[in-house]
Ligand binder design. Structure first.
Ligand code: PEP
Length: 250
């Protein structure tokens, strides 16, 4: 891994205040591995409490609204997230794209708003199984990148490649397919941002667990992992953080 590894947990709609004990344990693991960047994106209700306690890990949002304030019932803005202690936000997760109808343009506006508020951005892309079967995976992902990445520059940006069919299913692409996609994403990043595109971390996401983390994180141009189910307990998430640390220590 050429860049600092970035291991991020997406808790989705999971977690009550009682779950903060898991976050504390994850923070202690993060403190043991200072060469690995660790983040957790809990539900909005836990962002402030978790951020107050976190010492070694970053806390982030799972989504953000593109506008700073206004009549948007149920939404959370980037300045609100930042005010609650968040340091980053996920945007464009496939569950937001499919269940909430978010377009590439919507995702781009969210990414721009998040960066304007000083938040790091993890921008998700990924093809469906039908698109992969049709040989369209790279074209689909490239279209998402060109349509949703902010044009202003690469600062504070990470991309998460998450094949939709691998999320929460226990299925993962072959190492060759992950390598080919991450290579293609890197080429798009360089086409869009020039040399700065070489410094953007490209995370892999989709059924990463303690058993496959080492192999996936060892693939060229995989700069970390976005982890759903296996980030919910300190025990399983620690194994993934540990796998990243072992790869850089050799
Ligand atoms: C995700 O939803 O971002 C994800 C990668 O989930 P899982 O690890 O559970 O497949």
């Amino acid at each position: 891994m050429a860049l600092r590894p970035y291991i991020v947990g997406n808790w989705k709609m999971n977690g009550l205040r009682a779950t903060l004990s898991e976050a504390r344990a994850i923070d202690r693991v993060a403190a043991r591995y200072p060469a690995v960047d660790v983040g957790i994106a809990p539900p909005f209700t836990l962002v402030h409490a978790m951020a107050e306690e976190a010492q070694a890990m970053a806390v982030g949002g799972q989504d953000v609204h593109a506008k700073p304030s206004g009549a948007f019932t149920g939404d959370i803005s980037a300045p609100m997230l930042e005010d609650a202690g968040a340091r980053f936000t996920i945007v464009g997760h496939s569950e937001r794209r499919s269940l909430h109808g978010e377009s590439d343009g919507d995702v781009q506006a969210k990414a721009v708003a998040a960066r304007a508020a000083g938040l790091g951005v993890i921008l998700c892309v990924g093809e469906t199984e039908a698109e992969r079967d049709a040989g369209q995976a790279e074209a689909v992902v490239s279209g998402q990148l060109h349509g949703s990445l902010p044009k202003e520059g690469a600062e504070g940006l990470a991309v998460a490649y998450e094949p939709v069919w691998a999320i929460g299913t226990g299925r993962v692409p072959s190492v060759e397919d992950v390598a080919a996609m991450h290579r293609a994403i890197r080429a798009d990043l360089v086409a869009i941002y020039g040399d700065a595109g070489k410094g953007v971390r490209i995370l892999y996401g989709g059924s990463v667990n303690a058993g496959n983390a080492s192999e996936l994180l060892g693939v060229a141009d995989v700069g970390g992992a976005l982890v759903g189910g296996a980030s919910l307990t300190a025990e399983s998430f620690a194994a993934i953080i540990n796998a990243a640390a072992m790869l850089i220590e050799g």
